[in-house]
Design a protein around this ligand. Structure first.
Ligand code: ATP
Length: 238
């Protein structure tokens, strides 16, 4: 089976800093793939490089049979990759509804009403807060909005950067349940970057471990959950 997304020998960085040193990673249609790693390992950089900023210095990123390595981010989004970035980065001064409208700007307006209803069904809290400005939402609500905004673009591949960051366990569970449901019900393909390794590995079909900009291990989520090195580095005390 050919991969929906294939990262092949990708190196990337910022100025003199090299954050990724020849990363290889594949995501197949219908999978949830998790990437775990410590602070500064390069996880966010990989996600951003897939989207084209920073651009890969060498290697390639192939999506749905196309080489997207040096393609501008907005084109990649139109082709079906949506990113819910770390720190959420929703538009603080815009309302919930306005944020969702922006997320939908890459697809035909005919889908808007039904997609909006679907988001409110997944995240009823957002419906209650429809006219509230993004910046005044709680952390958990902002995360829900970031995911919903990404989904409004009808992606084939959803990239999620640390959706559990700073959130209470109950909200984390809700968000992970929504991700599982979208994957099972709609076949949405998900690439999840997480420091919350336990939950992320439980959710994942397959997973990768990144250390200092290199992939050091991969396997099924269960394989990595059972692996002694992974347990010692990412799960002990968690
Ligand atoms: P975290 O879990 O803490 O977010 P991460 O695994 O996502 O970490 P990255 O944010 O990708 O790691 O960072 C990888 C390396 O690149 C780090 O050494 C970081 O300091 C560096 N880096 C990230 N963003 C920039 C930037 N805009 N300019 C310069 N260096 C950067």
């Amino acid at each position: 089976m050919s991969a929906l997304l294939s990262v092949e020998g990708v190196a990337a960085g910022y100025g003199k800093i090299t954050a990724l040193h020849g990363v290889d990673l594949q995501i197949h249609a219908g999978e949830i793939v998790t990437l775990i790693g410590a602070n500064g390992a390069g996880k966010s950089t990989l996600m951003m490089t897939i989207c084209g900023s920073p651009q890969a210095r060498s290697g390639r990123v192939v999506y749905d049979g196309r080489d997207i390595t040096r393609q501008p981010t907005h084109l990649t989004m139109r082709q079906g990759i949506a990113q819910s970035p770390e720190g959420r980065r929703i538009f603080q001064r815009m309302t919930v509804l306005e944020n969702l409208r922006l997320g939908a700007s890459v697809v035909s307006p005919e889908y808007f009403d039904a997609d909006l209803a679907r988001m409110y069904d997944l995240f009823p809290r957002l419906k209650e807060r429809e006219s509230q400005r993004g910046g005044t939402l709680s952390g958990g609500e902002q995360q829900m909005l970031a995911i919903a905004r990404a989904l409004m673009g009808r992606p084939k591949l959803l990239l999620l950067d640390e959706p559990s960051l700073g959130l209470a366990p109950l909200i984390v569970r809700h968000i992970f349940e929504v991700i599982r449901e979208l994957n099972q019900r709609e076949g949405l393909t998900v690439f999840l970057v997480e420091q919350n390794a336990f939950h992320a590995l439980k959710l994942a079909h397959r997973a990768y471990v990144m250390v200092n900009g290199r992939i050091t291990m991969s396997g099924t989520g269960q394989d990595l959950l059972n692996n002694d090195d992974v347990r010692a580095a990412y799960l002990e005390g968690g």
